[in-house]
Design a binder for this molecule. Structure first.
Ligand code: 5AD
Ligand code: SF4
Length: 446
């Protein structure tokens, strides 16, 4: 009987996409993937980890310690750490968490079958595979769709990052930027569409710098969007410095490219942006927002922001609030600055904003953004949207949920009030918005 693997994933969409590559590599080597930890009792638990902030790492460490109890009951159970924490901490992680059998960094997943065999054959051994690559893209591996609902899938189009934002550990954990052969991306998207998938999300740390001889990101989007008008295409993440008019023109030409752009701003203060090495100004950023609104008037815009970066003053913080009021984001991921060892900021800048102060600033941004999101959603009442139906609402079996092109979640009854066919997951239906919260639009089938 083949050994069983359970993969648990933390962090960004790229990690979820990577876990699907890992799943394919291990299935190819004869292992069986389990859908749950219990009652399956796998032979290996692989944890794909995130290192972006300290609290992400603490959560994973807690999980590793929790699994000790299970290892007490199942002596054969081995734990492996994948992803950014494996790359960042390497042997240190195994010295500190001695129930971990191996660490394997994001560019070493092809080594996993060997690694698993080694730690199985040598009781008590610990191994590390953490070499980064300048070429690995896993382009030839067809991911197993682990997290999938059969409707929506991730496609990784590039790996790594070399922007070196001063606070960010990603360039050290994921290595140099490299793009994947566009033909393999288009083929993967077409295969998914033919299997019934209706949405693909193209992933990279900075998709706007995707580059292949004769193909930039706008051309790639054009090719993927041309597969079929019924295939929705999303992408993440865009770096504001590289968001081109050409991409916006390609989006405008393809209604099936979703009207949603994630444009991390990080701060509304030029002084902070400079210290963060973001390579744009507030003025440049607002010009890009204007360009989005010009080409794509119905596009939603979302962002990431960091509160309390090194030397941030009250004035800098107020500038961030001001920028939020000007852009009126549909959604924002909001964080307190967390110092990451090895980054430029950790070597040259003080982590000098007290935690209570970071918390206060963060809470002010969260409160403001909550108001803006609710106000934005209220203006949606009465509008009709084409929604890709995804499944049952988490709150009620009577209702379904799906998302519109803007990536907003709509919740609605299975059957139109006026009667008519029940909505089916994986199909498009028109939904009229009747009510909202800050996070969700409520509606009815038309
Ligand atoms: N501290 C807090 N937030 C961070 N991010 C990246 N590095 C850090 C850090 N050291 C945030 C940025 C980025 C998002 C993925 O995580 O906002 O866009
Ligand atoms: Fe980190 Fe900046 Fe790269 Fe994003 S663009 S992954 S914030 S270094």
């Amino acid at each position: 009987m083949s050994e069983k693997i359970y993969i648990e994933t933390y962090g960004c969409q790229m990690n979820f996409a990577d876990s699907e590559v890992v799943g394919a590599i291990l299935e190819g080597a004869g292992y069986t993937l389990c859908a749950s930890l219990e009652p399956e009792t796998p032979d290996f638990v692989l944890i794909n980890t995130c290192a972006i902030r300290d609290n992400a790492e603490q959560r994973i460490r807690h999980r590793v310690r929790e699994l000790r109890a299970m290892q007490g009951r199942h002596k054969n159970l081995r734990i492996g750490i994948l992803g950014c924490m494996a790359e960042r901490l390497q042997n240190r992680l195994m010295a500190e968490e001695d129930n971990v059998s191996f660490v394997c960094g994001p560019d070493a997943y092809r080594r996993l079958p060997d690694l698993l065999q080694q730690v199985r054959s040598e009781a008590g051994s610990q191994r590390a595979e953490v070499e980064l690559s300048t070429t690995e893209t896993y382009a030839d591996i067809e991911p197993v769709r682990l997290a999938s609902n059969g409707i929506s899938a991730y496609i990784s189009i590039m790996r790594g990052c070399q922007n070196y934002c001063a606070y960010c550990v990603v360039p050290y954990t994921r290595g140099r930027e490299r793009s994947r052969d566009p033909q393999t991306i288009v083929d993967e998207a077409r295969t998914l569409f033919n299997r019934g998938y209706r949405e693909v999300t193209l992933l990279g740390q900075n998709v706007n710098s995707y580059s292949w001889p004769d193909t930039g990101f706008p051309e790639l989007m054009d090719r993927v969007a041309s597969i079929d008008p019924a295939l929705r295409v999303r992408f993440a993440t865009s770096h504001p410095k590289d968001l081109s008019d050409e991409l916006l023109q390609v989006m405008a030409a393809h209604p099936n490219i979703c009207r949603c752009i994630h444009l991390p701003v990080q701060s509304g203060s030029n002084r902070m942006l400079k210290l963060m090495n973001r390579k744009y100004t507030v003025e440049w950023y607002l010009d890009r927002v204007d360009a989005i609104r010009r080409y794509l008037p119905d596009c939603s815009i979302t962002t990431d922001v960091i509160a309390g970066f090194s030397t941030e003053t009250e004035e800098d913080h107020l500038a961030t609030l001001d920028l939020f009021r000007r852009v009126r984001y549909d959604y924002a991921y909001m964080f307190k600055y967390s110092l990451r060892e090895g980054t430029y900021a950790s070597r040259h800048m003080a982590d000098d904003i007290p935690d209570e102060e970071k918390t206060r600033r963060l809470n002010e941004i969260i409160t403001l953004q909550g108001q803006i999101a609710l106000e934005n959603n209220r203006t949606e009442i009465g509008r009709e949207y084409e929604v890709l139906v995804e499944g049952e609402s988490h709150r009620s079996k009577e209702r379904l949920f799906g998302r519109n092109s803007q990536n907003k979640v709509l919740v609605f009854d299975r059957i139109p009030a006026a009667g008519g066919p029940e909505a089916q997951p994986g199909t498009y239906r028109t939904v009229r918005v009747t009510d909202c919260t800050a996070a969700t639009l409520l509606g009815e089938l038309v």
